[in-house]
Design a protein around this ligand. Structure first.
Ligand code: ZN
Length: 146
């Protein structure tokens, strides 16, 4: 009776291999470390990660990460793999550099806009000469160095 119950609990997995085992053409076992993160209905997810990192390295990474962080780890690997496949030279750093450049441009536009606004406000200032706007300082954390 107990044995039958155990067999039943493994039925869903044994009836359908995970995407990793399908891709690697191997038997998916109940203890397959890829199965929780690469479901059978998402075959491209593992294919991309395998192409960029290799199944062996993904396995090593998953073994080094605490179980409660493995979902985030796999999502990060999938994201990095997709970006690397789109941009083989720069990968994620290309996206980061592009966003950083956009941020610098927007900060410059903001400084310009505030400067123009301050000049209009100056026209309406009273004799006290006070300014209504504080200067913008770009925090060190927002500065990006290559
Ligand atoms: Zn598997």
């Amino acid at each position: 009776m107990q044995r039958r119950a155990n067999m039943r609990s493994h039925e869903p997995r044994s009836s359908s291999s995970c995407a990793a085992c399908k891709f690697l053409k191997r038997k998916c076992t109940p203890k397959c470390q890829f199965a929780p993160y690469f479901r059978s209905e998402e075959p491209k997810k593992f294919a991309k990660v395998h192409k960029v990192f290799g199944a062996s390295n993904v396995s090593k990474i998953l073994n080094e990460v605490p179980e409660d962080q493995r979902d985030d780890t796999v999502n990060s690997l999938v994201y990095e793999a997709e970006v690397r496949l789109r941009d083989p030279i720069y990968g994620c750093i290309g996206a980061i550099a592009s966003l950083h450049q956009k941020m610098v441009e927007l900060q410059y536009d903001l400084i310009l806009a505030r400067t123009r606004l301050a000049s209009y406000v100056d026209l309406y200032l009273d004799d006290r000469g006070s300014t209504m706007m504080a200067p913008i300082e770009i925090p060190e954390a927002n500065r990006f160095h290559f």
